[in-house]
Ligand binder design. Structure first.
Ligand SMILES: Cc1ncc(COP(=O)(O)O)c(C=O)c1O
Length: 487
């Protein structure tokens, strides 16, 4: 059969409907769907992602109702559920946007309104792009020049410990880089098993090795744990790990033969006095050859957080250390299947790791914008903790870093009972009621995991200061009313 005959034959088969066509009431034929809830991969159905779960769906619905003129006890929905900085009003760093604008529309390189340092960065990035355009695919691992710049950035950050650009992989944001293991949602999709460990709430959410050991021993009864994921500074709990703690985790990973995954996307978001960011890579290499030559580590960073907050550009990287060379070949193969990460995100990442220098025209503005953004976040971190701790029934640890607080809420037994009757977890019940009554959108602690019998919510510190004050005052009022209602 010739190709064109073959095509006609196939079309005829489809028209005749021998693939299970069914007649509808009005006489039309339709094909039964191949992809249904029964035929789809069951792992997909197990995926749950609290940060964008039922509360957010209801928030979107409420926004629509407000637009339709339906009266509510509030006039807007405030989304304090997700770490989306710019959506909450954080301003972009001018230099980054200038370079990106120049890269996207190179005719602007002739425009005298753009500073020379932005032009030289853009020119350099474009030279590294296929055909000198952001619109070309890049190599799958990411543009080599950008990986080199990232490697130099890591070396500066880690006091000179060497970084090989070949160990850097660029991704569509850090969450893509984490090749899903970080999020329980994605684990479900891969049919992998999540082993939860709890942070020590009474100790500023620090990580206790005996708790890690407990979780590991428990899990070993059912599976062979392979990786240990750490988020530092922490989400949802806002803690910053001490150097001692990081060393302990590395020793534990070495002893238990676990692959370490360090999510360090909040590495510049440190607010509390006495807290400092220590990268896992640096600590690992300072612990001596016994560890630095043995422990496998993947660490992650992103353009989405810190003072940049550029979530929409989807720029992120992973550095791997001590990866088995054959596994590395497999990893490189896997990333090739996705062609390449978004090139504008890669370009942004390049400017983040290669910002204006003291002798360049954009330096002063860059430093001022970065300092102001981080200072505003620090101020809001303190304010959040202070105000929430004044509310009876709410207890909140210091927000040492990142962008979140994870306060504990006291829920009276009557409220817990009513939640159960509604088939909701008690903190989901609380957050849903808060949303309906105040328009504030938070994430219930149960979406992240918490010790049995304790209840929390996660809230970002991202709303602008004046709005955050209102949010905190409304939570205070709601909590008081809630306690009266259910006591
Ligand atoms: C700990 C952590 N890692 C990764 C991400 C996602 O980062 P990205 O936007 O780079 O995918 C988030 C987002 O909130 C996060 O909190």
């Amino acid at each position: 059969m010739t190709k064109s005959n073959q095509k006609r034959f196939t079309q005829a088969i489809i028209r005749k409907g021998i693939y299970g066509d069914t007649m509808t009431e009005n006489g039309c034929q339709y094909r039964e769907r191949v992809l249904t809830m029964d035929t789809m991969n069951p792992n997909v159905k197990r995926v749950e992602y609290a940060v964008r779960g039922p509360i957010v769906q209801r928030a979107v619905q409420i926004e629509r109702e407000l637009k339709m003129g339906i009266k509510k006890p509030f006039t807007e929905v405030i989304k304090a559920n997700i770490g989306d900085c710019h959506a909450m009003g954080q301003k972009p760093i001018t230099f980054f946007r200038q370079v990106l604008a120049l890269c996207a529309y190179p005719d602007l390189l002739e425009d005298s309104k753009f500073p020379e340092d932005a032009k030289s960065r853009a020119h350099r990035i474009l030279q590294a792009c296929g055909g000198g355009s952001l619109g070309a695919y890049s190599t799958s691992q990411g543009i080599e020049m950008i990986r080199q710049d990232i490697a130099r950035y890591i070396e500066r950050r880690d006091g000179g410990i060497t970084c090989d650009p070949d160990n850097i992989y660029l991704f569509t944001g850090a969450s893509d880089a984490i090749v899903y293991p970080l999020y329980s949602a994605a684990l479900a999709e891969l049919a992998a098993v999540q082993i939860s460990y709890y942070l020590d709430e009474d100790n500023c959410w620090s990580l206790d090795i005996s708790e890690l050991r407990r979780a590991l021993q428990e899990a070993k009864k059912h599976c062979s744990p392979r990786a240990l994921c750490i988020i530092n500074p922490g989400n949802p709990t806002g803690q910053v790990q001490s150097r001692q703690c990081i060393e302990d985790v590395i020793r534990f990973a070495a002893a238990e033969k676990l692959f370490l995954m360090a999510d360090e996307v909040y590495q510049d978001n440190i607010y509390a006095d006495g807290c400092k960011f220590h990268s896992f890579k640096k600590v690992l290499f300072e612990m001596g050859l016994e560890y630095s030559e043995k422990v496998e580590l993947a660490s992650f960073h992103s353009t989405s957080k810190c003072y940049m907050g550029e979530c929409g550009f989807r720029g992120g990287y992973m550095e791997v250390v001590n990866l088995d060379p054959e596994v590395k070949v497999q990893l490189t193969k896997l990333v090739s299947v996705r062609l390449c990460p978004p090139v504008p995100g890669q370009a942004l990442l390049d400017v983040v790791v290669n910002p204006p220098q003291p002798d360049e025209p954009s330096y002063d503005t860059f430093i001022k914008e970065r300092t102001d953004t981080l200072a505003a976040l620090g101020e809001k971190a303190n304010m959040t903790q202070e105000i929430l701790n004044q509310v009876p029934g709410i207890k909140c640890n210091p927000v040492q870093g990142a962008m979140y607080t994870f306060p504990r809420i006291h829920l009276p037994p009557k409220a817990i009972l009513e939640a159960k009757e509604k088939g909701q977890t008690p903190d989901m019940f609380y957050c849903m009621k808060l949303l309906e009554e105040t328009g504030i959108c938070l994430v219930p602690g149960s979406g992240f995991g918490q010790r049995d019998g304790t209840y929390h919510f996660r809230m970002t510190i991202l709303p602008p200061k004046e709005k955050l004050k209102i949010v905190l005052a409304k939570i205070k009022e709601f909590q008081q009313h809630f306690m009266e209602q259910y006591s």
